[in-house]
Design a protein around this ligand. Structure first.
Ligand code: GLV
Ligand code: MN
Ligand code: MN
Ligand code: MN
Length: 421
């Protein structure tokens, strides 16, 4: 019964692989872009439609849905009254012009894993030790509201609720206002977690290169961001003498190069760095820019390397500010410790993969995940399926149906063990 596939006629059985794939590909039509991606930043109308889809699916399949004050959605199955919950899930929001798989795969796989577990319990009549809930975490991506991994970090107690509700996007809309605007400003008490499991696309090319089915995460990288505000002086692009300019964009360009080149101070690939966001004010062809706001992202497996890179950048940016006679403010934020995932969870994933007749390897995650936040609160298990060409945060992101179905089987097996079935 566990993967009961459709019979010879009619629609596929509700928990079948075919139904899972149909629902996954349906959700990918919400906010679909011209080149096979999705654009569903947190709390946009597209995010609301995706949330509405999850709500309808969950209620239609006998789950009770709770929405907490930061907009996390929990689709709950209560088997054992008063027992805590095993949480499984990921996020339905995306980057701008993002891929279909990053996050959504993990939520939809978790819904189907939970449905299969519910069916197995109904069939066996054995009540598990713990309850089960599927989570859609609010704003994992952080493209619209920074920092990323927001909903799970509030749940895990790493970020303050009030502080996050007050965060504003570039249009000055707050999280609180945007939650209310799409009707997901909940006030339900979230289920109490005993453990957490997540499946996600790898977003790298290790599994593909090694032809391995599943990755299990042993530790997360040390990561931090720099909020950089370059404050020059606005003036006329024609009428201002070159010697009189305090061009924020010229200075900012040198900062971008410093961020890109700081990796050369370390061994190849020991540090990755980028400036992903860069906002120019007032952004007119005839105006020397007065301000550039940007966010730099530094990540390494070795915390000392990130710290050294940060110190180097602080020094270089001070020199650039002097050279251009302008002010550059730099603030460290969103610092995330390198953290190991519990060995017991890694071994549980390995056992489940072996039982399914698949292959697995251990790896580190350079990308951020809700599991990285949850791993501070409860034991967490993080698993990956292969990404074609290793690409992510772009429309070309791709994982095969076959790999998605394999990951669903493994997640079902891991979650079954966690609930104590
Ligand atoms: C977000 O997707 C991250 O990797 O931090
Ligand atoms: Mn993700
Ligand atoms: Mn992402
Ligand atoms: Mn991420």
């Amino acid at each position: 019964a566990r993967t009961a596939d459709s019979g010879s006629s009619g629609s596929p059985a509700p928990s079948s692989d075919a139904a899972f794939l149909a629902d996954f590909h349906h959700v990918a039509t919400i906010g679909a872009t011209d080149s096979n991606g999705v654009d569903r930043q947190a709390l946009t109308p597209e995010d609301r439609l995706t949330r509405d889809w999850m709500l309808g699916w969950a209620e239609g399949n006998g789950f009770e849905v709770r929405v907490d004050a930061i907009g996390n959605m929990f689709a709950c199955l209560e088997f054992a009254p008063d027992a805590p919950f095993v949480l499984i899930g990921s996020h339905l929001d995306s980057q701008p012009l993002g891929g279909r798989f990053d996050g959504a795969y993990g939520v939809i796989a978790a819904l189907f894993a939970a449905l299969r577990i519910k069916e197995n319990i109904a069939e066996s009549g054995q009540i598990p030790r713990f309850n089960l809930a599927v989570v859609n975490w609010f704003n994992e991506e952080g493209g619209r509201f920074a920092p990323s991994i927001m909903g799970s970090s509030v749940y895990a107690g790493l970020f303050g609720l009030e502080e996050m509700l007050a965060v504003r996007d570039l249009e000055a809309t707050s999280v609180a206002e945007a939650l209310a605007a799409i009707g997901y400003n909940g006030n339900d008490t979230p289920p109490e977690a005993i453990s957490y499991a997540e499946i996600h696309i790898e977003q790298g090319r290790i599994l593909e290169r090694e032809a391995t089915n599943i990755g299990v995460v042993e530790s997360s990288w040390y990561t931090q961001k720099l909020d950089i505000d370059v404050l020059g002086e606005q003036s006329h692009t024609g009428a201002t003498a070159m010697a009189d300019r305090h061009d924020a964009l010229v200075a900012a360009s040198k900062v971008v190069l410093a961020v890109a080149e700081v990796v050369d101070e370390f061994e190849d690939e020991a540090l990755v760095s980028s400036v992903g966001q860069h906002v120019v004010e007032p952004n007119s062809p005839i105006v020397v820019p007065r301000r550039v706001h940007m966010v730099a992202d530094l990540r390494s497996s070795d915390p000392a390397i990130v710290t050294a890179a940060r110190d180097s950048l602080h020094r270089q940016i001070a020199t650039i500010a002097l050279e251009h006679d302008i002010t550059i403010k730099v603030e460290d934020f969103d610092v995330r410790d390198k953290r190991h995932f519990p060995e017991a969870g890694v071994e549980l994933a390995e056992k489940s993969v072996a039982n399914e007749g698949l292959t697995i390897r251990r790896l580190e995650t350079m990308a951020g995940h809700d599991s990285v936040a949850m791993n501070h609160r409860v034991p967490a298990v993080m698993m990956f399926v292969p990404s074609v060409d290793g690409v992510s945060h772009c429309e070309r992101e791709f994982t095969t149906d076959e790999d998605m179905v394999r990951g669903l089987r493994v997640l079902t097996s891991v979650a079954t063990e966690l609930v104590g079935g």
